[in-house]
Write a protein that binds this ligand. Structure first.
Ligand code: DGJ
Length: 687
């Protein structure tokens, strides 16, 4: 072997995952393993370099993949940091490493480059309750001049040589979470978002599938610009990095200053994408700050948007509330259109007080009517935005995000407020607090209906996100009983960063159940069902023009945080009864739908299935969006059931089936005949 010093290995285990680094005091820790759980004593026996003979035409110094890869000194892949001081100090090679263990699950690598004069602390925590490795980096400029940072990874993990493909998600408003499947090749795979918010177009997370069926997932806990990159390395591993995308000049670290990245959440599972989803769900659940400390049953919503849009009539809305309470709705959310002069989307953002024409006595009478019916009252706001046609803009035109010399680009007729100015955040806090103080509001739907452009003379993208988080945190601290729904024209701000400040996501403005089914399944890859806002919409759907039955619309919405979004007063007879039954079914099952494990799958012929609960007691949805092209209904195999048990499958209106678990797992049960646009619900119980 070699005369290298005996290596030290730093090992983190969770029940299902293991991370191993090879550590020395004079360089960044080398990545030795990230993957499914290894036995306690299964550490690499020897130093990595001793296993790598020098290739031809190579440096005599061997630089393998590390936790903080450098640049210009023998690592030719993507570094953890790209920075310079006026063109100097750009090479990076960690020269010191000190390991601190705050607890058994966490390791902090305190790294320093004595030449570049930077210090970086990479924190990695492998959570025993979720099998998610959370990584983040704090960078300190230890030089005496400004450090211009172009790129700073939150973290990076190695992927095994048999990594085959990556599924990420693209889309647009009304069509979020469109899967993009790419083969992993020696070309770098990279997704970048520069829209200033999480975006509909590029969800900050992906899942890598290996040839042997195991899967790796990662997502960035950040609501702004982001990068996700997978690069092949010379030793046949792959390097998956995530971090913020930084605009030129955005991150200029003063001497002595420190910057902290958002967190990268990484996980892996031998159970494929379903295992990755389970791990993410558990990690996301830990990040949610529920009023009172624990999740209460997710209340059935009535949202006014598609039923009323801007056309608020107090008497009609009171009738709507009465009608909603009658069928079991529990929270009434007054959407856009309630504030001063807001008759369409051209005006009034910023003027956060009730419209005196629509609500002559303010919102009190409506809110009191709602709460007297036993429902909670929720209110829509879009704090980060401003219309030119608003009192706020007329008073403070300088409060908008702008770049000197550049025109103000509008989207949905609106501009973005510069939340990094304390007076702007204070104004918004004051206005929202006044509403919360004077009305029985227990819920805010927090919208964000445009992308960010001309974001300051020096780019303020990241500062704007941090200021939005701070405003939310301040409101949550002042009003801890108030829940927040994160929305950005539907699913434009769904991520593991804002989840620390919110309790529900509006997954899409498209409420057509055929379109919505795949959006929800992709959402569930990263986020748990209890935060997935799912509404029964109008038929025909406003976004697509397609008409669907109440049974189908409600069935597709049932697994998430259920709600209704149309003018209920117009729905009568059997349709209304069907909706009432669905609400009752939701209430019966919500404890099993939420906070538990979810599996999704697809049987032959496009039959989707989705199971919630524990393997011994499942709620199983069969969802058919399109008619089958098969001759017979397909078999639905359930991979989670115990092969040593027998199971009863029951469905309302059908005879129970009892099947052997081994059979159910490998072969499945015969699905009943289903036409297109149908949902069936089974209870699957171990006997
Ligand atoms: C976009 C949201 O996604 C909708 O649900 C609705 O709140 C509108 N904004 C209101 O302007």
């Amino acid at each position: 072997m070699s005369d290298l010093p005996q290596p030290e290995f730093l090992v983190l285990h969770s029940p299902a995952c293991t991370a191993i680094w090879e550590v020395s005091q004079t360089e960044a820790p080398l990545w030795r393993y990230w993957g499914p759980r290894l036995p306690e004593r299964a550490v690499p026996g020897e130093a990595l370099r001793s296993t790598r003979p020098e290739p031809s035409f190579a440096l005599h110094f061997d630089q393998p993949l590390s936790l903080f890869p450098g640049i210009g000194m023998g690592w030719f892949g993507s570094p953890a940091l790209e920075a310079h001081r006026a063109g100097q100090d750009w090479t990076l090679q960690i020269t010191q490493c000190r390991v601190v263990r705050p607890d058994a699950e966490t390791v902090q690598f305190h790294l320093r480059d004595d030449v570049a004069l930077i210090a970086a602390t990479v924190t990695a925590r492998l959570d025993p309750d979720s099998d998610v490795l959370t990584m983040s980096t704090a960078l300190r400029n230890e030089g005496d001049a400004v450090l211009d940072v172009q790129w700073l990874a939150s973290g990076g993990v190695p992927l095994p040589a048999d990594s085959a493909s990556v599924r990420s998600y693209g889309g647009r408003h009304n069509n979020e979470f469109v899967p993009i499947d790419d083969a992993l090749t020696r070309s770098t795979w990279r997704r970048e978002n520069r829209r200033g918010l999480t975006s509909h177009e590029c969800f900050p997370g992906a899942v890598v599938t290996c040839h042997n069926g195991k899967a790796y997932g990662a997502q960035l806990g950040w609501s702004g610009n982001h990068v996700s990159q997978i690069e092949w390395a010379d030793d046949d591993r792959w390097h998956w990095q995530m971090g913020e995308w930084l605009a030129p000049g955005e991150l200029r670290l003063a001497p002595g200053a420190t910057i902290e990245t958002p967190e990268m959440l990484a996980t892996c599972s031998e159970e494929g994408a379903n295992g990755v989803a389970w791990n993410f769900h558990r990690a996301i659940r830990q990040r949610i700050d529920w009023p009172g400390g624990t999740m209460s049953p997710r209340k059935v919503h009535l949202n006014t948007w598609e039923g009323f849009y801007f056309d608020h009539d107090e008497a009609a809305l009171k009738e709507l509330a009465t009608s909603a309470a009658e069928i079991g709705i529990e929270r009434f959310v007054l959407d856009d259109g309630w504030f001063a002069g807001r008759d369409d989307d051209t005006s009034s953002l910023g003027d956060w007080w009730p419209d005196p024409a629509k609500y002559p006595q303010g919102l009190g009478p409506l809110a009191d009517h709602v709460t007297a019916l036993g429902m909670e009252f929720g209110l829509w706001v879009e704090p980060e935005m401003i219309n030119r046609d608003s009192e706020l803009f007329r008073a403070h035109p300088d409060w908008v995000l702008a770049t000197p010399g550049r025109p103000l680009l509008e989207a949905r007729h609106q501009l973005v407020l510069d939340l990094t100015r304390p007076e702007v955040s204070d104004y918004l806090y004051g206005k929202i607090a006044a509403l919360l103080d004077s009305l029985p509001i227990s819920y805010l739907k927090w919208d964000h209906n445009r992308v960010l452009t001309h974001a300051g003379a020096t780019p303020l993208y990241r500062q704007q996100i941090l200021a939005a988080y701070a405003l939310m945190a301040r409101l949550r601290a002042g009003y801890p009983q108030v829940e927040i729904e994160a929305c950005a024209g539907g699913g434009g701000r769904i991520d593991a960063g804002i989840v620390r400040h919110s309790h529900r996501f509006w997954a899409s403005d498209c409420i057509d159940a055929v379109s919505r089914a795949p959006v929800q399944r992709a959402f569930l890859q990263f986020m748990p069902p209890e935060v997935m806002g799912c509404h029964v919409g109008t038929s025909p759907a406003h976004s697509t023009g397609r008409s669907q039955s109440m049974h189908f619309r409600a069935g597709v919405a049932l697994p998430g945080h259920f709600g209704v979004e149309f003018d209920l007063r117009k729905v009568t007879g059997e349709e209304r009864e069907e909706l009432r039954r669905s609400i009752s079914t939701y209430k019966t099952h919500r404890d099993q739908l939420h906070g538990t494990r979810v599996w999704t799958g697809e049987a032959v012929g496009g039959l989707l299935w989705q199971a919630h609960g524990e393997a011994a007691e499942l709620l199983l949805f069969l969802i058919r969006t399109l008619p089958s092209d098969g001759r017979y209904p397909p078999q639905v195999a359930l991979p989670m059931v115990d092969p040593n048990k027998r199971y009863r499958l029951s469905r309302d209106g059908a005879e129970d089936m009892v099947l052997d678990g081994g059979w159910l797992r490998q072969v499945g049960f015969a699905a009943p005949p289903m036409k297109g646009e149908d949902v069936m619900l089974y209870r699957v119980t171990a006997l």
